[in-house]
Design a protein around this ligand. Sequence first.
Ligand code: ASP
Length: 325
Amino acid sequence: MSHRRKFLKQSLIGSAALFPGVVQADILSERKSLNAKKPLILSTWNHGVPANATAIETLSSGGSIVDAVEKGVMTTELDLDNLSVGLQGLPDREGIVTLDASIMKGNGECGSVAFLRQIKHPISLARKVMEDTPHVMLAGEGARQFAIAQGFPLEKEELSPKAKEAYEEWRKTSKYKPIINIENHDTIGMIGIDENGKMAGSCTTSGLAYKMHGRVGDSPIIGAGLYVDDEVGAATATGLGETIIRICGSFLIVELMRQGRSPQEACEETVRRLVAKSPNSKEIQAGFLAVNKDGEMGAFAVQPGFNFALGDMSSNELIDSKSYF
Ligand code: ASP
């Protein structure tokens, strides 16, 4: 556990001691009223804190909400210490890093890239797909060719020192088993709402560590890893992508909110669905974040350990999510 996360956890535990198990709900309802004041940005895991800071800065300097969610996660894509997002992430079984990303606006416009190699900012390429092509999704070599045509530099295909070390260690046994909450999966998903209620979201990842070559997760799949609708709200996901794709997780949350559930209820119902459809649910992790058009938020995960960053114009903090187990 990072020092910062430990510190934040401890400071939350102080208030939790009296009411074990209800800390996060309390924080969310407190924050709900605070954050009825938009704009606000939510993003997954510890790396959400610096990503939120960039997103908020982008908004403060006049950027749009879609600029904010793009620039926000670009921070994570560049973070050399991060082994689950960007080209420094852990590779697939063959030792190749392949990236997935998506971006969506509340008016339904969206773009994504999957199974992409050698591009430092897959989120920016996803935005290009959204804005400059008649398509929603480009994959593999086609996505890379599109990047070249758009002037994205091709990066050298070599593992970062940390990823190389981890991959070499893994090759000693080559066992493939999703492990909960360690850095074999930790996508950044970000959702945001501006002061006028316009929403956007982004999601970017190197996917599961040591996945089969060609495997694509939930992150670039609109409706699975990300969904945004200005009329209702937005949701994003992290965790074992196969389980999220099977239930169209982010779309499900937005549709549950459309039917009147709060973001928290929608996240909880979606996790219950995921658990019901996953015979091995005790061994997997998946987590969801949601915000509705009024700025109310929700977060829920299968296992303890999922956290998220909540940022607005005056604060940016890490919060532990409640979980099913
Ligand atoms: N959802 C991602 C995937 O399955 C992994 C993650 O969240 O870290 O590729």
